[in-house]
Write a protein that binds this ligand. Structure first.
Ligand code: HEC
Length: 94
C-alpha cells in the first residue's frame, strides 16, 4: 500500500511541475493550488456520491484519507492525478 501512495503522490507532483513550466513562481503556485482544490471538488462531487452519500471530509484525518482515497479512487475509476486532486480537496476541508 505504501508504494501505491507514493506513486500517486509522485505522479501528482510530476504533473504539476510539468504543467507549471514558464509560470511566475508566486502568483502561479497560489492560483494553481486553489485551482487544484476546485478541480478536486468537482471530481469529488461527481464521483464520490455514486455508491454512498458524499462523505464528510471532516470524518477522517489526512493520514486516514490517504488509504481511503486510494481505495475509492480505484472504485471510481479515477486516474492517479484525479485521485490526488480529490485527496487535496478533502484534506483542505477536514
Ligand atoms: C463503485 C462504488 C463506490 C464509489 C464510486 C466510491 N465509493 Fe466509497 N465506498 C464504497 C463502498 C462499497 C464502501 C464500504 C465498503 C468498503 O469500505 O469497501 C465505501 C466506503 C467509503 C468510506 C468509508 C470508509 C471508512 O473506512 O470509514 C469513505 C470515507 C468513502 N467510501 C469515500 C469515498 C470517496 C472519497 C469516493 C470518491 C473518490 C468514493 N468513496 C467513491 C463504494 C464506492
Amino acid at each position: 500500500m505504501k508504494k501505491v501512495i507514493l506513486t500517486v503522490m509522485v505522479s501528482g507532483i510530476f504533473m504539476v511541475s510539468c504543467s507549471q513550466k514558464g509560470t511566475a513562481v508566486q502568483a502561479g503556485s497560489k492560483v494553481s493550488e486553489s485551482d487544484r482544490i476546485a478541480q478536486g471538488k468537482v471530481i469529488f462531487d461527481n464521483s464520490c456520491g455514486k455508491c454512498h452519500d458524499l462523505p464528510d471530509p471532516k470524518s477522517h484525518n489526512d493520514d486516514e484519507w490517504i488509504g481511503i482515497v486510494n481505495i475509492m479512487a480505484k472504485k471510481s475509476k479515477l486516474t492517479d492525478e484525479q485521485g490526488t486532486l480529490v485527496y487535496e480537496y478533502i484534506t483542505a476541508n477536514n
